[in-house]
Design a protein around this ligand. Structure first.
Ligand code: PEP
Length: 249
């Protein structure tokens, strides 16, 4: 049986004092769950969040990284740097990074490989735009994103990877995919992984849904056959609301 994973993506929100206050309020609320709880925070909050979440069941992740270890890449942060301070997870290829920072399937693949080499667990985002869905191409688009993202990743390494299906039209818009639509797409992703690797590997892979998840819809999403949890943006900024989502499995 796959573990449930709920990851918050704070995006470009929260100052260090706010992050500390959040974790102090949030941690006791989720202390008894066996679900994997992750907070992906801005770089400037990583260290404070790691310190404040010591002795809790909260894992800390970053929201991006560069694929090179070091060098003349002004403003970038490497996987090695993240690992060196104790970060465990990193979001790769979020649609906002693909849309505003020129990330593509090739850079996503390089970042996943570098994350794995540095002992980080990548949360890899895939998902179609509204135009692509309206044209009926969503399955082909998402399958192709998965294939290109995982190119050259071994069977063993895939155990460290989480995929997040995030239809772009549902992110920050208040529009959630129906639990049935999200589950069907996640089944499609699992089938694609089975064809790229094998059925056993596909059945072990954790695949999340993301897109306007809140406590009112999380229970239904989590009760489906293939949705293993959520990547949560806006609703992860409030400790009580995010805790409700984390406990709704
Ligand atoms: C996200 O940032 O990955 C996301 C799904 O955002 P929201 O929950 O706000 O739609």
């Amino acid at each position: 049986m796959r573990k449930k994973v709920i990851a918050g993506n704070w995006k470009m929100n929260m100052l260090p004092n706010e992050a500390i206050k959040f974790i102090e309020d949030f941690a006791p609320r989720v202390q008894n769950t066996s679900n994997e709880i992750i907070l992906c925070v801005p770089y400037t909050n990583l260290f404070y969040s790691l310190l404040t979440s010591q002795n809790t069941n909260i894992k800390i992740g970053a929201q991006n990284m560069h694929w090179e270890e070091k060098g003349a890449y002004t403003g970038e942060i490497s996987g090695q740097m993240l690992k060196s301070i104790g970060v465990e997870y990193v979001i790769i290829g979020h649609s906002e990074r693909r849309a505003y920072f020129a990330e593509n399937d090739e850079t996503v693949n390089k970042k996943i490989k570098s994350a794995l080499q540095n002992g980080l667990k990548p949360i890899v985002c895939v998902g179609e735009s509204l135009e692509q869905r309206e044209a009926g191409n969503q399955e082909e688009i998402v399958k192709n994103q998965v294939k290109l993202a995982l190119e050259g990743i071994t069977n063993n390494s895939l155990e460290q990877v989480i995929i997040a299906y995030e239809p772009i039209w549902a992110i920050g818009t208040g529009k959630t995919a129906t639990s049935n639509d999200a589950n069907e797409m996640i089944k499609t992703i699992r089938k694609e992984v089975a064809s790229l690797y094998n059925e056993e590997t596909a059945q072990k892979l954790i695949i999340l849904y993301g897109g306007s998840v809140k406590s009112e819809n999380s229970k239904e999403l989590f009760s489906t056959s293939d949705i293993d949890g959520a990547l949560v943006g806006g609703a992860s900024l409030k400790p009580d609301e995010f805790a409700k989502i984390c406990l709704s499995v």
